[in-house]
Design a protein around this ligand. Structure first.
Ligand SMILES: [Zn+2]
Ligand SMILES: [Zn+2]
Length: 240
């Protein structure tokens, strides 16, 4: 968790790479050139639905096999470790919008290599609770989505809202997290007409259990969206 000390040190000391802490003389981004070039790729082979770890001959992981989801697919641009995890830490806990912008650009580049994420009509970002957004000053998923919208020309729709604040949930298991998040996302007033009949790609920073993306997708599908998938910057999970 970032502290006031982290933020004070960032101001007092010369800019350092968010991962290896080397001096950032040659890079204008949050990472040095070496760390920026070595963002870890998501692991293969992975579940064809959620991009999580799978074993054996089935194309699905144990959590996805035989089940139906509102969020048809989950994909990520990186694995949540190494320099990718440092970028997440920088934009989540150290207030670095520059880190979110860099992560969003990486997502836009990686999107071009994922044919299964083509054909979507619009993007939307996973919302955070307004109180959390006031504290942090921004919604990191929205910064990621803005970068992808700029690179692809897809419209970015502001259609979801977080109706309930939640306790920090990184440590919760899948079942607990599902209960915690059930009904926590809803469509804004007037939003259903914007999503009805459309294929919507939901953008998030980290996909861990996939529950947040599933809850957002369920709200979109209930409002008439034709298809929903999730695209995160980093995939976390037991494989990391
Ligand atoms: Zn570095
Ligand atoms: Zn899966």
């Amino acid at each position: 968790m970032g502290t006031c000390w982290d933020i004070a040190l960032d101001i007092l000391l010369p800019r350092a790479c968010a991962h290896c802490r080397k001096d950032l003389k040659r890079s204008s981004g949050p990472l040095c050139l070496e760390c920026a070039a070595s963002l870890p790729a998501p692991p293969e082979p992975s579940c064809v639905r959620c991009a999580g770890r799978r074993g054996g001959a089935s194309p699905f992981c144990a959590d996805c096999a035989g089940k139906r989801f509102s969020c048809r697919l989950i994909r990520a641009a990186a694995a949540h470790r190494g320099s990718a995890a440092s970028l997440v830490h920088a934009f989540k806990f150290r207030g670095s919008q520059l880190a979110a912008t860099a992560a969003g650009r990486h997502m836009a580049e990686a999107l071009a290599l994922r044919p299964e994420l083509r054909g979507f009509a619009a993007l939307t970002a996973v919302p955070i609770h307004p109180r959390r957004e006031r504290e942090r000053g921004y919604n990191q998923a929205e910064i990621l989505a803005r970068e992808i919208a700029a690179a692809t020309g897809l419209p970015l729709l502001d259609v979801l809202e977080r109706t309930r604040a939640a306790a920090p949930s990184w440590k919760l298991g899948r079942v607990e997290r599902r209960a915690e998040l059930a009904g926590a996302y809803a469509l804004r007033a007037g939003a259903p007409v914007l999503v009805a009949g459309k294929r919507i790609l939901v953008i998030d920073d980290v996909a861990a259990t996939g529950t947040t993306l599933e809850e957002c997708a369920a709200a979109l599908r209930a409002a008439g969206a034709a298809d929903t998938a999730g695209y995160a910057f980093a995939r976390a999970g037991s494989f990391t």
